[in-house]
Structures are given as structure tokens and as C-alpha cells.
Design a protein around this ligand. Structure first.
Ligand code: TYM
Length: 327
């Protein structure tokens, strides 16, 4: 049976990109195997963040997980920091990753680009080591992520290969699974850039009110010409909106193109706004209800207990394999 694991980092308000590329798929895996979904709060510390912001973001993600249809009876939902084995395993596995490969990570290059060496935290550099530990700690076979995280999963695979060739078949080989449509949702104001939590311009946040969501979509940057056609090079704006529309209506890009053949940009954008609101309005309603009821607290508590029991099995296996005394 497959083990499925994924997480979201509470660094900012979640975006439509997080939803389309990752969050909305987690639920579907509940029928395919054993699912572990966590809030990557230790990862959120790799860049400066206010304590209250971090706490608030973590609560939000817990509520979003439940609002998305994750069933705590079937899925283990937990906070990374509540399961100390993540950090313990990382202390061992970080010795099997090398400076050169960490330096090549696109995310590290993006985030550290404008920083002086003296301002780059060690945690930001070592980020993929903790992420690899998250994955192997649960013997995960499938890691559903958006495209921007696949490089980290590849590195985790390298680490597993390296570790196992030294110590035998100890770690389970994971693989990334990216969605067919929407693995990289772009910014609405600059469709050549990824939509991300840290870039409020051109983002749709899952918490945005319906009026501003519609306004953002109606004023999304489009391209010259008037045809609604999928062409990410010539028409990045329209292609991004087509991707959003297709993903949320569960049809292929080709079908969406056909549906809007001959439509004007304005009418097309209105249809995109309609489908986004149709999806997000009931989702937000459930989220608010869950947050105010506080039911996520019990879920996180039980989740951490269960996660910790599972994690301990792999951690012990690794500790024993590398020669730490365990009698
Ligand atoms: P994070 O928090 O940046 O993003 C959460 C998920 O959303 C996806 N995503 C997108 N998908 C499509 N279009 C976009 N514009 C977009 N932006 C983000 C991400 O690919 C991700 O799947 N390092 C991870 C968190 C993490 C993790 C893990 C994930 C820590 N440990 C172990 C999987 C397994 C991160 O920062 O995701």
C-alpha cells in the first residue's frame, strides 16, 4: 500500500497556486493509500517571521486542510514541530547531502539571491535536508507537490539511494507526483512569475473576499491579440487563466480552449472568476467554521501522537543502521 506524504509551509497566506497545485489533491489520495499531511512550521523559520504570524498561519493551514475534505479518521494531520523525530532524523541525514548540491537548488538560489552571505541562515541552505527527512520518516512512496518542489524530492531520492547503498535497504524511495493541470500557477499581474505567498501583487489568497477575487481576475494581465488560446510563450496571461479554469472545472486545457473559442477576453475572465468563486466561497465558509470551533486543535493533537509513533519506527531503523547505540 502506498504511503502519501505532503506539507505546506506556514510562511504566508495560502494562494490559489497552493490550492490548485497541491492542497486540493491531498483528499483524493485518501482512497489510494495511507496519507500523512503536515504543517511545515520548522521550515517556516528559515526566513524571518513574526511569532504571531507564524502561529496564525499554522492555524489557518490546519483549518484549510480540514476544509479541503481531509478526514482526520483516515489522514494523519499534524504539526512538524510537534513530532521531534523530524529534527532527530535530520541530524543524521544531513551528513548525506553535500554543499554543492544544496547550492544548486533553485529555491535556495531564488530566496538567497538578494542576500549577502552573512545574512543567509544555515536553515535556509539546509532546507532540503529537513524536507528529505520529512519524507523518508514515514516511508513515503508518493509525495504530491507542485512543480517548484520536485527538485527537492529528486534530492531526497538521491539521498535515499546514497544512504541505502551504504547501509542496505533502510529508507523507502519516494517519488513526486505533480498534477496534470496546474502544477505551476503564475502571478496574475506578471504571468512570467510563479504565484507565491510572499508576493501579494497578482496573487489570489484563499482568504481573499469574493469582491477582491473577482476584481483581481478581471484586471489580470492579458496578452496582445484577442484569441483565447493556450500558448505559454506568446500568451502567458491567457494561458495561466486557462490553466486555472481547466483545473477547477476538471476538464483538459483543450476542452477549455474549445469552450472559449471566439469569446472576448472580458467574457472569458468573467467565467474564470465565476469558477474560482464557486470553488472558494464554500471552501472559505467551511474554513471559518472550523477555525472558530477550534476542532482542529484536537485533530493536531491526535495527529502528532500517531505521526510520532510511525516516525519512531523509521528513526530507530536509521539509528541502528548507522551505529548509534540502541540497547
Ligand atoms: P510551499 O508551502 O511553498 O507550497 C505548498 C505546495 O503548494 C505548491 N505550490 C504551487 N503549485 C502550483 N502553482 C504555484 N504557483 C504553487 N506555489 C506553491 C508547492 O509546490 C507545494 O506542493 N517545501 C515545501 C513544504 C514541505 C514539503 C515537505 C512538501 C516541507 N517538507 C515534504 C512535501 C514533502 C514548501 O515550501 O511548499
Amino acid at each position: 500500500m502506498d504511503r502519501i506524504l505532503s506539507g505546506i509551509k506556514p510562511t504566508g497566506s495560502l494562494t490559489l497556486g497552493n490550492y490548485i497545485g497541491a492542497l486540493r489533491h491531498f483528499r483524493d489520495f485518501q482512497d489510494k493509500g495511507e496519507v500523512f499531511i503536515f504543517i511545515a512550521d520548522l521550515h517556516a523559520l528559515t526566513l524571518p517571521i513574526e511569532p504571531e504570524t507564524l502561529r496564525g498561519n499554522s492555524r489557518d493551514i490546519a483549518a484549510f486542510y480540514l476544509a479541503s475534505g481531509l478526514d482526520p479518521e483516515r489522514t494523519t494531520i499534524f504539526l512538524q514541530s510537534a513530532v521531534p523525530q523530524h529534527a532527530e532524523l535530520n541530524a543524521i541525514l544531513q551528513n548525506f547531502l553535500y554543499m554543492g548540491e544544496l547550492r544548486r537548488m533553485t529555491q535556495f538560489k531564488d530566496k538567497s539571491q538578494k542576500m549577502r552571505d552573512s545574512a543567509i541562515g544555515l536553515g535556509l541552505f539546509a532546507y532540503p535536508s529537513l524536507m528529505a527527512s520529512d519524507i523518508v520518516l514515514y516511508d513515503a512512496t508518493i509525495v504530491p507537490v507542485g512543480e517548484d518542489q520536485t527538485q527537492h524530492v529528486e534530492l531526497a531520492r538521491d539521498l535515499v539511494g546514497r544512504f541505502n547503498s551504504r547501509y542496505g535497504e533502510i529508507l523507502t524511495m519516494p517519488r513526486a507526483e505533480v498534477t496534470r493541470v496546474g502544477k505551476r500557477i503564475m502571478s496574475l499581474s506578471d504571468p512570467t512569475k510563479k504565484m507565491s505567498k510572499s508576493d501579494p501583487k497578482g496573487d489570489i489568497f484563499l482568504k481573499d473576499d469574493p469582491v477582491s477575487i473577482r476584481k483581481k481576475i478581471m484586471s489580470a494581465k492579458t496578452d496582445s491579440g484577442s484569441e483565447v488560446r493556450f500558448d505559454p510563450v506568446e500568451k502567458p496571461g491567457i494561458s495561466n487563466l486557462l490553466t486555472i479554469y481547466s483545473a477547477l472545472s476538471d476538464i483538459t486545457i483543450e476542452e477549455a480552449e474549445k469552450r472559449f473559442e471566439g469569446s472576448r477576453y472580458g467574457d472569458f475572465k468573467k467565467a474564470v472568476a465565476d469558477i474560482v468563486l464557486e470553488t472558494l466561497v464554500p471552501f472559505q465558509e467551511r474554513y471559518r467554521q472550523i477555525l472558530s470551533s477550534g476542532e482542529y486543535l484536537e485533530v493536531l493533537h491526535k495527529g502528532a501522537e500517531r505521526a510520532s509513533r510511525e516516525a519512531e519506527k523509521v528513526l530507530s531503523r536509521v539509528q541502528h543502521a548507522v551505529g548509534l547505540l540502541d540497547e
